[in-house]
Design a protein around this ligand. Structure first.
Ligand code: 5GP
Length: 359
């Protein structure tokens, strides 16, 4: 496991509220129980369960969202999640979260994102780069020779704003407009997520099309359920990346491969939610052998008790891949990030500087 931890890695599919630390989740739960706001016996089975179905995972998210309504909590979990990724040598993180409006605590979608930014700014234990560079400005990071050593950790963070499948077309459009306003603060794209059994994704097409026209990148949760028509239509839309791709049929694989859309692979999440029956039949192997662009991701490191190093270890052990292959897999992910070419250059240089260790 050690080399999986020390190896530089790129995380492109991590949901903020799904990546909350267990200890923080428990602390927030106790605080709300103390206030009488929730009854532990009602939530115990959701919190303590190990294997959760997709539906149960979404019940857990509803509970987590009750615990994380305060601006300060949003800022805190943002800080902790980034510290956790940096501590295992994630050098570039695209963190996604659904901006939430909650009138009872004076929260608007904008103030939610501002709380996330407050969390980003509050980090002192590692160096965080989240403000995009001007074309002619120098990089904030000097090319680092020690991204996997014992030097102070450095991490690039960019944000994706998620549209939840429970939202209306108008609410999705508000999220896209907010993302455009927040571009100077590191928002690079839009994600469509939320319970895949709810709603029709075409509700969000106007917002997704607008996002793309305006130069935002788009990634879609695709194929978490056997919904052939939706999968086909999503691939027709040509998002810049997709997440999961579990219930693909032959025609979808053909379409995916001919369009070369990179896939965010979430091994533990897929096995735990039973969208893939077991790791040995996971489509990772199929895509990897076909040399299709893919990136290993955590999805919800808190909810699924995982971390990116663990996902690399699982892939290495399950599919018989060595350090060199895993390093190349990690390095290739640079090409699928949504940040600008300058960041890509920085990351390529950084990976090159440690490549010998994994050769
Ligand atoms: P948040 O956006 O609140 O920071 O993170 C939690 C939210 O991300 C969930 O409520 C859900 O909308 C979305 N999410 C997290 N994991 C998954 C997943 O595996 N599949 C889908 N479709 N959505 C997810």
């Amino acid at each position: 496991m050690e080399w999986c931890v020390s190896m530089p890695k790129i995380e492109l599919h991590a949901h903020l509220n799904g990546s909350i630390r267990d200890s923080t989740l428990l602390e927030l739960t106790k605080a709300l129980i103390g206030k009488g706001a929730i009854n532990f016996s009602e939530v115990e089975h959701i919190i303590l369960k190990y294997n959760r179905s997709v539906e149960e995972v979404f019940k857990l998210f509803d509970l987590i969202h009750i615990l994380t309504t305060e601006h300060n909590t949003v800022a805190r979990i943002t800080r902790e999640v980034i510290e956790d990724f940096a501590s295992e040598n994630v050098v570039y993180l695209e963190l996604r979260t659904t901006p939430k409006r909650n009138d009872s605590v004076g929260m608007s979608k904008r103030s939610y994102v501002e709380a996330v930014l407050k969390g980003l700014r509050s980090i002192t234990s590692v160096d965080v780069d989240f403000i995009p560079h001007c074309e002619d400005s120098k990089t904030l990071f000097t090319p680092a020779p020690a991204i996997d050593g014992h030097a102070r950790k450095r991490i690039f963070v960019r944000l994706l704003l998620s549209i939840d499948r429970r939202e209306t077309t108008e609410a999705a459009m508000d999220t896209v407009k907010l993302a455009l306003e927040m571009r100077p603060y590191g928002v690079v794209g839009i994600d469509l997520s939320g319970n895949p059994s709810i709603g029709d994704w075409t509700t969000y097409l106007p917002a997704l099309k607008f996002a793309r026209e305006q130069g935002l990148y788009v990634t879609l949760h695709c194929g978490e359920l056997p919904n052939s028509k939706e999968i086909k239509n999503m691939l027709d839309f040509r998002p810049q990346r997709i997440g999961h791709a579990c219930f693909f049929e032959d025609e979808h694989w053909r379409q995916l491969k001919s369009s070369n859309i990179p896939v965010e692979i979430c091994l533990t999440s897929n096995v735990r939610t039973m969208t893939v029956p077991s790791i040995d039949v996971h489509h990772f192997a199929h895509l990897y052998n076909a040399k299709h662009p893919l990136v290993l991701c955590t999805d919800d490191s808190g909810v699924f008790s995982t971390c990116l190093s663990k996902e690399y270890k699982i892939a290495a052990d399950s599919f018989g891949l060595g350090r060199r292959e895993m390093f190349e897999l990690s390095r290739n992910a640079v090409e699928y990030i949504f940040a600008d070419s300058k960041i890509k250059e920085d990351l390529r240089r950084n990976f090159n500087s440690v490549a010998k260790k994994y050769g």
